[in-house]
Design a protein around this ligand. Structure first.
Ligand code: GDP
Length: 362
């Protein structure tokens, strides 16, 4: 599954958020570095379409699709030179596919702040600087290696040397690699460097219960993010933690009391899903209704391969009904009768919400 790494300074609410996301029991104490090992949690992606499909198919079970969140140990200023848990932090974050940057937008005298005061923009800059510095080291080394290899006349090495030097100079200004204009080949060539600032990122502003409105700290995060085309999701991690302990009607009541329609976590999970460039398709049968994840733009055989590798190898065709058609025509039978089931081949690119049967040889 694709992984989202949760980063941020110590004591901003990362563990609280992670615990709420995974409803798992890991310590969230008021100490920097309390989360020493990366904790991985598999989180269901909330999707109201599943219930609508299940209402039609009455399956034995309904299964959502999932993404992974990793709670990455606290980063402090100086991590790129090995301060705190710097190196371990950086190694963990290199392995993730996207970054969720938690920013503290709540005041609480009982919760210590590593820099002594709550200042979200300065916090963001501290983290971004460390990440850019780590990438700068990587890019500098890679540029040197490629330049050396290029001396023997290796064309790829020569091209890489030019690219890596460009990346190095860009990082040297403190800017993230994701802000660079790169073509598809350049992106591919950079992949092997596992650059942290090349990964897509979103901000989660952790606010107090009453901090969703008239919160100057939150406003500043919004302004900062807008300038780099990044998304901000505001949540109250402490509240989400309480909510995660409840189920069914208790949860609905809790939400209603707060005047909310859904948990803030659902917004975080969906934002992360979009950030990763993912889309969903469904399989519907009497045994199960299930949501599956593919990268946006995946072909039908690739989607089949998510279910089983044999499905991709032996792919013959896909029988596809669009989600809206499936629901409005009350299932496969109705959609077929209305001529809304399509037979699609190897080249077909999956559309968000497709309800699919794959036909394959084994
Ligand atoms: P981490 O170091 O970033 O993982 O931070 P934690 O999740 O351990 O949180 C640090 C402290 O802040 C804990 O005592 C939390 O209970 C507290 N905390 C987390 N979120 C909130 C919040 O939204 N409001 C308030 N007042 N405290 C919070």
């Amino acid at each position: 599954a694709l992984q989202v790494g949760i980063v941020g300074l110590p004591n901003v609410g990362k563990s609280t958020l992670f615990n709420a996301l995974t409803a798992a029991e890991i310590p969230a104490e008021n100490y920097p570095f309390c989360t020493i090992d990366p904790n991985v949690g598999v989180v269901a992606v909330p999707d109201s379409r599943l219930a609508a499909l299940a209402a039609i198919a009455s399956p034995e079970k309904t299964l959502p699709t999932a993404i992974e969140f990793v709670d990455i140990a606290g980063l402090v200023a100086g991590a790129s030179t090995g301060e705190g848990l710097g190196n371990k932090f950086l190694a963990n974050i290199r392995e993730t596919d996207a970054i969720l940057h938690v920013v503290r937008c709540f005041e609480d005298d009982d919760v210590m702040h590593v820099a002594g005061k709550v200042d979200p923009i300065s916090d963001i800059e501290t983290i971004d600087t460390e990440l850019a510095l780590a990438d700068l080291t990587t890019a500098t080394r890679a540029a040197e290696r490629a330049a050396k290899a290029a001396k023997s006349g290796d064309k790829t090495a020569k091209r890489n040397a030019t690219l890596f030097e460009r990346v190095r100079d860009h990082l040297d200004t403190g800017a993230p690699v994701r802000a660079m204009t790169l073509d598809e080949d350049e992106r591919l060539a950079l992949r092997e460097l596992h650059l942290i600032t090349a990964k897509p990122a979103l901000f989660v502003a952790n606010v107090d219960e009453d901090g969703f409105e008239n919160n100057p700290l939150l406003d500043r995060v919004h302004e900062h993010a807008a300038a780099q085309n990044a998304i901000v999701v505001a949540v109250c991690a402490a509240l989400e933690g309480e909510m995660a302990q409840l189920d069914g009607d208790d949860k609905l009541e809790f939400l209603a009391d707060l005047g909310l329609e859904e948990p803030g976590l659902d917004r975080v999970i969906r934002a992360a899903y979009e950030l990763l460039g993912l889309q969903t398709f469904f399989t519907v049968g009497p045994k199960e209704v299930r949501a599956w994840t593919v990268r946006t733009g995946a072909t039908a055989p690739q989607a089949a391969g998510v279910i089983h590798t044999d499905f991709e190898r032996g792919f013959i065709r896909a029988e596809v009904i669009g989600y809206e058609d499936f629901v409005s025509l009350k299932g496969e039978k109705g959609a077929k009768e209305a001529g809304r089931q399509r037979l699609e081949g190897k080249e077909y690119r999956m559309v968000e919400g497709d309800v699919v049967h794959f036909r394959f040889n084994v």
